[in-house]
Design a protein around this ligand. Sequence first.
Ligand code: AMP
Ligand code: ZN
Length: 112
Amino acid sequence: MSCLFCKIIAGEIPSAKVYEDEKVYAFKDINPQAPIHVLVIPREHIESADCVNAENSVSVSAVFEAIPKVAAACGLENGYRVITNVGEDGCQSVKHLHFHVLGGKKLPENMG
Ligand code: AMP
Ligand code: ZN
């Protein structure tokens, strides 16, 4: 298994866990871009949002069910931003679908 985030899910690489359930794992980003920066990922390996289909979308909906719980656990009651980068132009560096949850301050309006 060569995927970094699959290794984190398997516990082979340490991470700062924020939340987990049967289908989802969430942990602090190692290089935070905001006071709160958590990555929410499906346990199922899906390469990116461009690879979501009828067979794996149950894992994606589980991620979106988990995000409000992650936000509450992190005290993001004033709002937050959810981002997923896709492929080369999207600057996706880890090829395991992940959603950045950013908050803890008023975020910039510009998104690229
Ligand atoms: P992306 O650029 O959208 O693919 O996001 C990948 C994210 O993973 C970046 O924000 C990195 O800081 C983060 N990251 C890389 N390695 C680790 C790690 N071992 N633990 C936590 N976050 C990581
Ligand atoms: Zn993976």
